[in-house]
Write a protein that binds this ligand. Structure first.
Ligand code: ASP
Ligand code: MG
Length: 457
């Protein structure tokens, strides 16, 4: 069997859901299970609605909810036509009435707990799966709406709940497998689950990919398809380099290195349940379903190019911490990282010498306070407007002279930091932000003007 996950942009309106139905039809012989996201932006809007209610703004919350109601009614109406919609309308109506009731309750209490926020946020996927299942049936697909909360069993860390995989797998096998055996197409919402005692949970923003991986791993899928709005992963940002190539196949580790930069596509960590079971994951474009997309596999095939991709991240600040006290003292790095932890600032690239440490962080407001805190330990300087450039590829592991080849392309450049991880599948360096476009173009030209046709398009 096959898991097909349709993301928010692949569910955004009636046309998108209609396209999804056609794509599903083309896969019927492979016995698909369908996992859907909420319609684009709906989760954000639901959470904004919940926050408005939590702040006591009852009318504001109900107004936002009305906008969502209208959008879902319109999409369902367009997909189902007047006759079918008249029957279906009542179902959506009671869902939205229940949501409004909940919002009134939150506003009355004037407090939004994580548990209640999940209850509101879950509506996005509950509604989109309901509409998709109805639309698929109306198009002659034998679909069955499945309530994910009965199958994806999680702990009670609301907002980021962790699934209990064994229990979840048992439930998936005992209920979805019989549906598949009867030739049905199960349609379920991603992102949502419930605790053992039946309280609704969500498994983290962007969690529908995770849901798809859990379902695929639980049912032993042949593959998992992530349907989105891009043609796959690219050798670099095509806005910077119009001659960027599509990557046909990439390893999970490589994709994970790139995730931090291209997080728009997906967060591969969420694919782990599938990758651990050796199930390939495809990134596909629901607007160009005939494309081959990008295949993410446990192990990368041989590739003649040194790298798979060049990624850039802008809006980076370098924090420099220097103290002669650090000389030969242990526990010093710990105290530095503790300061980052206290200010909840995540660190990306680190390089150290005997007396100083340089770290990069996303440029944000917390930095001045963090620097003030750090200055109790050492001399601190920070400088914004930097960019991280990262070259990724499994071939880095075995190839000598990689750094010379990279920096040979950009000998005129002032490199602020360099880091090559022990996993040795990426080489990362930090430069001035305004130089990033030119650097990426030159590197891309140097390393991708000829590509291995097995791996790149
Ligand atoms: N709808 C959820 C979100 O926006 C989950 C997902 O789409 O993956 O985070
Ligand atoms: Mg997503």
């Amino acid at each position: 069997m096959l898991v097909m996950k349709f993301g928010g942009t692949s569910m955004e309106d009636a046309n998108a859901i209609d396209r999804a139905a056609k794509i599903v039809r083309s896969r019927l012989p492979q016995r698909p299970v369908i996992v859907v996201s909420a319609m684009a932006k709906v989760t954000d809007q639901l959470l904004a609605t919940a926050r408005a209610a939590g702040a006591g703004d009852r009318d504001g919350a109900l107004k936002l909810s009305r906008t969502l109601r209208e959008r879902h009614y319109n999409v369902a109406g367009e997909l189902l036509g007047t006759g079918l919609f008249t029957q279906f309308h009542g179902e959506l109506e009671s869902d939205f009435d229940a949501l409004d009731e909940l919002l009134r309750g939150i506003a009355a209490v004037g407090e939004l707990t994580p548990r209640t926020a999940d209850l509101v946020a879950a509506n996005g996927e509950l509604l989109s799966s309901k509409i998709a299942a109805a639309a698929f049936s109306a198009r002659g697909l034998d679909s069955s709406l499945v309530d994910s909360r009965e199958y994806i069993i999680t702990d009670d860390t609301h907002g980021r709940a962790l699934p209990f995989l064994e229990e979840t797998n048992d439930k998936l096998k005992s209920t979805l497998q019989p549906l598949l055996d009867r030739g049905r197409v199960p349609v379920m919402g991603g992102f949502i689950g419930s605790t053992r005692s039946g309280t609704t949970t969500t498994i983290g923003r962007g969690g529908s990919d995770f849901s798809a991986a859990i379902v695929g791993a639980g049912l032993g899928a042949e593959s998992i398809e992530i349907w989105t709005d891009v043609d796959g992963m690219m050798t670099t940002d095509p806005n910077l380099c119009p001659d960027a190539h599509r990557i046909k196949v990439i390893s999970f580790d490589e994709a994970a290195e790139l995730a931090y930069f291209g997080a728009k596509v997906l967060h591969p960590a969420t694919l782990l349940p599938a990758i651990q079971k050796n199930i390939p994951v495809y990134i596909l474009n629901s607007r160009h379903p005939e494309g081959e997309g990008t295949k993410i596999t446990t192990r990368a095939p041989r590739c003649r190019n040194l790298f798979k991709a060049i990624a850039v991240k802008k809006r980076i600040t370098i924090v420099d911490v220097a103290a002669t006290r650090m000389l030969m003292v242990h526990g010093y790095l710990k105290s530095i990282f503790e300061a980052f932890d206290r200010h909840r600032v995540p660190v990306d690239v680190v390089s150290t010498s005997e007396v100083s440490v340089s770290l990069t962080v996303d440029s944000n407001e917390a930095i001045p306070a963090l620097a003030a805190d750090l200055s109790r330990l050492a001399d601190v300087k920070y400088e914004g407007r930097k960019a991280i450039v990262c070259l990724v590829g499994e071939n880095l592991r075995e190839t000598p002279g990689v750094a010379a080849r990279i920096f040979g392309v950009i000998p005129d450049l002032n490199i602020r930091m360099i880091s090559q991880g022990a996993s040795e599948i990426n080489l990362t360096f930090v430069i001035e932000e305004d130089q990033a476009p030119d650097v990426v173009k030159r590197l891309h030209q140097a390393f991708f003007s000829e590509v291995d046709p097995e791996v790149f398009d």
